[in-house]
Design a binder for this molecule. Structure first.
Ligand code: TPP
Ligand code: MG
Length: 663
């Protein structure tokens, strides 16, 4: 039942008032977007969005993403007005201040109801695609009774202009994600001014050409907004609703201009806007009848959730569904037996192959995984364990052909992980983590479990040459907070890394894997997952210990070779496999001091060996240690020749160590 227009106007104006007052009080923020989209958001949230403010994490709720994250006051207003426990009015008063969950841009980890962290334009919409994919997959798995919801995105001109928009809508159109609707704040304004300064694109034609249903509406006419949303729901393609709006609507002297985009309106203009809107309440006060109209809109969701709860209790898959949505692995899940089989029969394979072997095990025993690759399936070795393709005709498939859309893939993975119920992993070449980087950063910031399967991790990929050979990538990803970057050395470590990655409920993992075959360095059963310590001794010094070789991935076997030569000369050398610096840094002092004793160079020389930049390795070698690596772009040649050319051989390394020891 829709409320009369006369009742809805003040509901929308409540959003406008809160937005302009909060921005004014913070003396920073973006009033234009929430004021412009207030009418659209009021219709959507009061009449369509399926949610229950009392149970924000209800699994079958609709997902709402404010892709135009700068308009954060829109979602804070909506959450408050519809009755979520937070943000409180006090939180809104403290918009953009320390301690308030009303951060500059919406953060999924600060407020229930904020489904995604947005602000980097374009990514919210792209995450919405992942949410819609997860929804269809779980629907195909558990049926309409348990999973039957929609994904709504509010996006601005900026979100549609970003390059990632092309990748995201291409994927959504191809996969026919008809339960996704993008409400475009079609206001012709960005920061620099009117959109004709920078674009002449026919956006609607582009969406149509990409397989989307497109409809327009007057974003300030409640009936017209309803008509457009109804049309979007009725169409089985994903929908773009071009909502023609006036940015800063209600601000008499500034509306329709970029002046309202990202600055407080000022006290005089706010007073004038109050006049125009007929809003008489003081800042941060909402008339009781408006509050109760807003609160009543939540009744639909309360009833829908109660009905769903009944269906869940009767459902044969209840426990499995709840396990999946909680993100817990099945209790029986373990790779111990598989790892034992690797120890029993050592093999020389590339770690990308080792990952495929681990995935065969994982995918067969963990129904939660949804894999994929950005058109490098055969190179990333990501399709394993008998999983079938995820297609528009069969959403039960667990393998996504993402196409050549690295950024779109990564953002979709974030959306899937945020949706819950699935564990996404996806592959490309490690060098193209640069294309994914902004989404990897959002995986980390949003605290989600995504696994990036990044193969061809060094010059070891050989002939494709420097465009494809990562140099700075592994180390630069290690700088990013809350990401596990893992570079396993053999089949055993690769399996251990997969197990660790799957058990991280609140952070992503990047697996850096080789193209070239590597000998198995782990041939004995360990009592624990050694890689979980981040670094551990693969080999202890036999002779009097003078050197610690710290290596990763393909260089661990090289370090073992160097150590053997040193030992032959009576120089004791440990070899430490630094699988994951982040996990090592998290170990207690005693463990770290055991692996890397805090003694001077005259007693112990620390040497790092990694086929990538030496930048930053002094963190572990100390300044007086030795750092072996590659501080220039690679070259095109067979891998063996390149390792020789760049001095990554025992012949080249051992004399440098001897020099250092004798110097
Ligand atoms: C990737 C990215 N680039 C730049 C920005 C900075 N920025 C924030 S809003 C904005 C303009 C967006 O225009 P539009 O989406 O039309 O928003 P409106 O002005 O209509 O509110 C820009 C450039 C950003 N947040 N993210
Ligand atoms: Mg705009």
């Amino acid at each position: 039942m829709s409320l009369a227009t006369a009742r809805m106007v003040p509901m929308a104006n409540a959003i406008r008032a809160l937005s302009m007052d909060a921005v004014q009080s913070a003396n920073s923020g973006h009033p234009g977007m929430p004021m412009g989209m207030a009418d659209v958001a009021t219709v959507l949230w009061s009449e369509y969005l399926k949610h229950d403010p009392a149970v924000p994490d209800w699994a079958d709720r609709d997902r709402f993403v404010l892709s135009a994250g700068h308009g954060s006051m829109l979602i804070y207003s909506l959450l408050h007005l519809t009755g979520y426990a937070a943000p409180t009015m006090e939180d809104i008063r403290n918009f953009r201040q320390i301690g308030s969950p009303c951060a500059g841009h919406p953060e999924n980890f600060l407020l229930d109801g904020v489904e995604a962290t947005t602000g980097p334009l374009g990514q919210g919409l792209a995450m919405g695609v992942g949410m819609a994919m997860a929804e269809r997959h779980l629907n195909a798995t558990f049926g309409d009774e348990l999973v039957d919801h929609r994904t709504w995105v509010i996006a601005g001109d900026g979100c549609l202009m970003e390059g990632i928009n092309h990748e995201a809508i291409g994927l959504a159109g191809h996969l026919k994600l008809g339960r996704m609707t993008v409400l475009w704040d079609d206001n012709n304004i960005t920061i620099d001014g009117t959109t004709d300064l920078s674009t002449s694109e026919d956006i609607k034609a582009r969406y149509e050409a990409t397989g989307w249903h497109v409809v327009s509406c007057d974003g300030h006419d409640f009936d017209d907004i309803r008509r457009a949303i109804d049309e979007a729901i009725a169409d089985d393609r994903p929908s773009l609703i071009a909502c023609k709006t006036v940015i800063g609507k209600g601000s008499p002297n500034k509306q329709g201009t970029s002046a309202t985009h990202g600055a407080p309106l000022g006290d005089d203009e706010i007073a004038a806007a109050r006049e125009v809107l007929g809003w008489e309440s003081a800042p941060f006060e909402i008339p009781e009848d408006v509050v109760s109209d807003w609160r009543r809109t939540a009744d639909r969701g309360v009833q829908a959730r109660a009905d769903w709860r009944n269906r869940l209790e009767q459902h044969g898959d209840r426990d499995e569904f709840l396990r999946r949505m909680a993100g817990d692995l099945p209790e029986s899940f373990s790779l111990d037996g598989y790892i034992q089989s690797l120890i029993d029969e050592p093999q020389k394979v590339a770690t990308r192959k080792a990952s495929e072997m681990a995935l065969a095990e994982i995918n067969a025993n963990l129904p939660d995984t949804i894999g994929g690759s950005a058109d490098l399936t055969g190179s990333n070795n990501t399709k394993a364990g008998g999983i079938g393709p995820f297609t528009a005709d069969d959403y039960s498939g667990r393998y996504v052909y993402y196409g050549i859309r690295e950024f779109g893939m990564s953002a979709a993975m974030n959306g899937m992980a945020l949706h819950g119920g699935v564990i996404p992993y996806g592959g490309t070449f490690l060098v193209f983590t640069d294309y994914c980087r902004a989404a990897i950063r959002l995986s980390a910031l949003q605290q989600v479990r995504t696994v990036y399967v990044m193969t061809h991790d060094s010059i070891g990929l050989g002939e494709d040459g420097p465009t494809h050979q990562p140099i700075e990538h592994v180390q630069s990803l290690r700088m990013m907070p809350n990401v596990l970057v893992m570079r396993p050395a053999d089949t055993v470590e690769t399996a251990e890394c997969w197990e660790i990655a799957l058990r991280q409920k609140d952070r992503p993992t990047v697996l850096a894997l080789t193209r070239q075959g590597l000998p198995q360095v782990r041939t004995e059963v360990a009592s624990e997952n050694c890689s979980a310590r981040g670094a551990y001794r693969v080999k202890s010094a036999n002779a009097d210990r003078k050197v610690i070789l710290i290596a990763t991935g393909s260089e661990v076997s090289l370090a073992l070779e160097c150590a053997a030569r040193l030992e032959a000369d009576g120089i004791g050398a440990d070899v430490v496999s630094m699988v994951c610096t982040q996990l090592f840094d998290e170990q207690d002092d005693a463990y770290r001091a055991d692996i890397l004793p805090d003694v001077g160079p005259e007693q112990l020389l620390r040497v790092s060996i990694e086929a990538g930049t030496t930048f930053g390795w002094d963190r572990y070698t100390m300044t007086h240690g030795l750092r072996i690596g590659i501080d220039r772009f690679g070259a095109s040649a067979p891998a063996g020749d390149l390792f020789e050319k760049f001095g990554l051989t025992a012949d080249a390394i051992v004399p440098q160590i001897m020099n250092k020891l004798n110097g």
